[in-house]
Design a protein around this ligand. Structure first.
Ligand code: FE
Length: 253
């Protein structure tokens, strides 16, 4: 299913949320379009390639893809690049920490001159007549990690931060729904997000953006300013992997 997160006729944000199969972690892929130019967020791996290509092609030709933005380096994020690069001219925008690792997803030479390294402090990416912002989100959960902020839709695409697993709820928009959603957020956050110190630093910066929606790469979107604020509060206070860490994790069986 594709979900239109935003559409004013010129600028669109589309979410593809059912391309992954049984036994794989559910993943969301996103297409942002401005003035008929496109940016794909987290293209995913080999298994979803043909279905995602079909979906993207309904909206614009792959020749109009200017960027494939990777929030980080995980296989569910960008391991399908070997298929996407030959059919587009898109630049891969990824943390400078990962530029030497990304070629491992591709046949030799394919990613040469196709990578736009994002410096630690982030950068703006031009798309059509707008600019998207790669927002630093290091250690949430990868050491070189970025969220993407779209100032037109006011969506912050947060990669693995705010991920929920074990739900097929597309979005939540009330405080009551958020409270019920917290256990689903916590399961992922408590193990995959390593540092509460990083979470708190992230929240300070994110509060300065005008955000209407928090949209993670796994699970449910969080909609409306009230819930965005509740999410910030939760992220600042929730325990992460290292807060819960105990030496027993390293105990050999
Ligand atoms: Fe990840």
């Amino acid at each position: 299913m594709s979900v239109e997160l935003y559409n004013d006729g010129i600028h669109k944000c589309i979410k593809f949320n059912d391309l992954t199969g049984d036994g794989e972690i559910q993943s969301n892929q996103f297409l942002i379009i401005n003035q008929r130019r496109g940016l794909l967020i987290d293209c995913g791996g080999y298994r979803i390639y043909s279905a995602l290509l079909g979906e993207v092609s309904r909206h614009l030709p792959t020749a109009a893809l200017d960027y494939i933005f990777l929030s980080h380096q995980d296989p569910d994020i960008g391991s399908g690049l070997n298929l996407w690069l030959p059919i587009s001219n898109a630049q891969i925008a990824v943390s400078a920490l990962w530029t030497r690792f990304i070629p491992a997803f591709c046949v030799r030479g394919l990613s040469e001159e196709r990578i736009t390294p994002i410096p630690d402090k982030g950068m703006k990416l031009s798309l059509g007549e707008t600019e998207l912002v790669a927002v630093p989100a290091h250690f949430l959960h990868s050491p070189g990690n970025f969220h993407l902020y779209d100032p037109i839709s006011k969506i912050l695409f947060t990669g693995d931060l705010g991920a929920s697993v074990g739900t097929d709820k597309e979005s939540i928009s009330t405080a009551e729904e958020f409270d019920k959603h917290v256990p689903l957020l916590a399961g992922f956050h408590n193990r995959y997000i390593p540092s509460n110190k990083a979470c708190r630093a992230w929240a300070v910066n994110a509060r300065q953006l005008d955000i209407e929606m928090i949209v993670p790469q796994h699970g449910t979107s969080i909609i409306g300013k009230e819930l965005v604020e509740k999410f910030f509060d939760w992220v600042e206070n929730e325990k992460t992997a290292l807060d819960n860490f105990s030496d027993s994790l390293f105990k050999l069986q």
